[in-house]
Design a binder for this molecule. Sequence first.
Ligand SMILES: Nc1nc2c(ncn2[C@@H]2O[C@H](COP(=O)(O)OP(=O)(O)OP(=O)(O)O)[C@@H](O)[C@H]2O)c(=O)[nH]1
Length: 247
Amino acid sequence: MTSTLPSGLSARQAAPVTTPIPVSLRIRERLQKEGIPFLANDNISDHLREGELDQLEIEVAGKVRDLLRSLVIDIENDHNTEETAERVAKMYLHEVFKGRYHEQPKIASFPNVKQLDEIYTVGPISIRSACSHHLVPILGNCWIGIKPGERVIGLSKFSRVADWVFSRPHIQEEAVIILANEIERLCQPLGLAILVKAQHYCMKWRGVKEPQTSMVNSVVRGDFRHDPSLKQEFFELVRQQEALLST
Ligand SMILES: Nc1nc2c(ncn2[C@@H]2O[C@H](COP(=O)(O)OP(=O)(O)OP(=O)(O)O)[C@@H](O)[C@H]2O)c(=O)[nH]1
């Protein structure tokens, strides 16, 4: 039989080049196999293997480079966008969406030795997130009210856990619930209330271009839910904390 190979090429040299499976595909297949959800606001850090986050950063940078090319931006000659792809990949994986790929910060809880049962509020805690629909910023503040149970956590830890939860693509309604679940898991309070006020840049910067509109929502659980006066006290304390901001 006549060889179809170009002269001088051995069969071994002409073997089809196998393209490596993209790391994101490997991770997605693993998650699907194990039945682990990987929605935009889920954290998948427990399911990433050593070195995969670095490989993801390289893969994402390549895709962002393609996106810039598709937007007809001359990244080969434009000194300003030359390294934009690498910056954007790093920003998504380690900054603005770090709450998807990085573990929850270590948060120690302590026994509520004195059996404290008065409510307290912490806030404003700045929140930085992005909407799942357009991936543009959601910026605002949140307030957390606690009626302690058996355990308490340090005040700064509310900011840390909020930052971790909000650093994912979200819709505000779900973000508040996810934050509430995490706080309940960390300190099992007898009551928990969370209020979020945020501006959505998908409404300010584009779309309807409403510069002042914000979204306000809350979640109340446990004693805050069952006792209307406690709930009212929470909102009153938040009002007082807000008033402090303008003094
Ligand atoms: N409920 C809710 N909606 C949000 C949130 N963030 C953004 N949105 C809205 O989600 C919607 C996305 O809807 P689509 O109609 O598919 O997107 P679109 O055509 O770009 O919409 P426009 O923003 O009206 O231009 C928009 O109305 C946003 O304002 C959020 O946290 N909660």
